[in-house]
Design a protein around this ligand. Structure first.
Ligand code: OGA
Ligand code: MN
Length: 208
């Protein structure tokens, strides 16, 4: 039997309502304790097993930036249906969220693309937008963190820049889910002191 993605007090419908409420008001949402801790630790183990089998490859950026290697420093594995039971239940959960977003916010999301990502210590991702120039497919970024016992001392924050030049730092703590409108929020991944694991993905609209 696989570990349920939720078993805590925060059932997915409640979580979806909160995410959707935040997104319509602010364009982003940060939800600690969104995913079940045992689901996150099982998924982390699975990700590490895949990594030992050399399944994860360096992430790429759309624009051929001169200093690519210092711009984005994670290693990733794209999720495909059938990769594992755990990633499949994550994808099913994402599918339910996609339908809720379409129903409540009329977002017209037609698909999800996502990957497992690991940043080694002293690796990050410089300030960027998740939409490369000329592509409008990505509508919503969704990140689920997998690291137990992550504290501020471990660094590795997601720094989400807001319009008024302030920012919000999100710790990549297991169970936390963050979502934001891909076109609107500049963000970066700060250097950390530990391996930093997440599932990062995007809901896409159809583009002509
Ligand atoms: C990305 C990204 C943020 C994070 O992969 O595009 O910005 O917190 N990730 O992992
Ligand atoms: Mn990004």
């Amino acid at each position: 039997m696989t570990t349920p993605i939720f078993s805590g007090p925060l059932q997915s419908e409640v979580l979806f309502d909160r995410l959707i409420g935040d997104l319509s008001q602010h364009g982003y949402s940060i939800q600690p304790n969104a995913l079940d801790p045992s689901f996150c630790s099982a998924l982390l183990e699975e990700a590490q097993r895949l990594d030992l089998n050399a399944a994860l490859r360096p992430g790429e950026i759309a624009s051929k930036d001169a200093e690519h290697s210092s711009f984005r420093q994670d290693r990733i594995l794209w999720l495909e249906p059938g990769l594992s039971a755990l990633t499949d239940s994550f994808l099913e959960w994402g599918e339910r969220l996609r339908m809720a977003l379409n129903r409540e916010l009329f977002m017209g999301l037609v698909e999800y693309e996502g990957h497992i990502a690991c940043y080694a210590p002293a690796c990050g991702y410089k300030r960027h937008l998740d939409r490369a120039k000329g592509t409008e497919a990505r509508m919503l970024t969704l990140i689920a963190y997998l690291n137990p016992n992550w504290t501020a001392k471990n660094g590795g924050q997601l720094r989400l820049h807001l319009d008024d030049r302030s920012y919000i730092d999100v710790l990549p703590q297991a169970g936390t889910v963050t979502a934001f409108l891909s076109a609107d929020f500049w963000h970066e991944v700060m250097f950390g002191t530990r391996d930093r694991w997440a599932i990062t993905g995007w809901f896409r609209q159809r583009v002509r």
